[in-house]
Design a protein around this ligand. Structure first.
Ligand code: SAM
Length: 259
């Protein structure tokens, strides 16, 4: 899939999930709450990148004077308009922000970065739009996320069913090679329980997070194959319930003040 088709696919899947997203957003709630503890309040502008349906906007609004919401998905933005927390809502790609340089006090971005082909571009864009002395809090997922599900699928067929996530090493290299970004990194392992693998797959679909960015098998998965995945899932409980791992990375980006 080329880059344009991929962003369209991501936007379409998230758009379809606009009504089911909030109910399914268990991981997203935990991660956004933790990310918020790292965000310094501002009496200026806060940009929420990859804002989704805007369920978190009442909380973000308490940390700024004005909130701007940006997302790739028009449908997600329509949903977030309804909460009337954001002064401005607009559709754009976080890898190329239609935002003036040095115009924003804070950026918040929770669980969007892993959907971007070039996360380093997003970080560069965030640094560009921040005012000197401004800062950003960004959360994303690292490799090891959904590793049990991936392992189970690998025993059933050779297709890719789970997205590839970047390693911590990728971000550590960025931290070293781009001191101008003023990055600090923090990781957290979150584990969520599910009644079975189908419940996990359903949650991903309800979130719109079921786009597989590379090498997807488009065939539908039948009941028998789901049973095989369930059987192959590592460390199942006797009642069939499973646990899924999410490796979360929190990045704080601090733009230098002018001396
Ligand atoms: C998992 S949701 C997170 C939504 C919200 N931040 C939350 O924590 O619940 C990811 C969101 O990022 C958006 N997104 C994905 N790629 C994007 C990109 N390149 N630019 C802007 N938004 C993007 C999706 O449309 C989706 O609404």
């Amino acid at each position: 899939m080329n880059a344009l088709a991929l962003t369209d696919d991501i936007a379409r899947h998230f758009g379809r999930a606009r009504e089911s997203y909030e109910q399914a957003a268990r991981l997203q709630r935990l991660v956004a709450a933790k990310a918020l503890t790292l965000l310094k309040p501002t009496d200026g502008l806060l940009l929420d990148l990859g804002s989704g349906p805007g369920w978190f906007h009442p909380k973000l609004k308490q940390h700024c004077a004005d909130l701007i919401a940006l997302d790739l998905s028009f449908d997600m933005l329509q949903k977030s308009r309804a909460s009337q927390q954001a002064t401005l809502v607009f559709q754009a790609d976080a890898q190329s922000l239609p935002v003036a340089s040095e115009s924003i006090n804070r950026v918040f971005s929770s669980l969007m970065l892993q959907w971007c082909e070039q996360p380093q571009l997003v970080l560069r864009e965030i640094n560009r739009v921040l005012k000197p002395g401004g800062s950003a809090v960004i959360s994303t997922l690292l490799d090891g996320t959904l590793q049990e599900f991936k392992q189970a699928w690998a025993q059933v067929d050779g297709h890719q069913h789970i997205n590839q996530f970047l390693s911590l090493d990728f971000y550590q290299q960025l931290e070293l090679q781009h001191p101008e970004l003023g990055l600090t990194l923090q990781t957290e392992l979150v584990q969520l329980d599910y009644p079975d693998v189908l419940a996990l797959a359903r949650e991903l679909k309800d979130l719109g997070a079921n786009t597989v960015t590379h090498g997807r098998n488009k065939a539908l998965t039948g009941k028998q194959r789901w049973q095989k995945v369930q059987q192959a899932y590592p460390s199942r409980c006797i009642d069939g319930s499973i646990s899924a791992s999410y490796q979360v990375l929190y990045l704080v980006l601090s733009k230098q003040s002018i001396e």
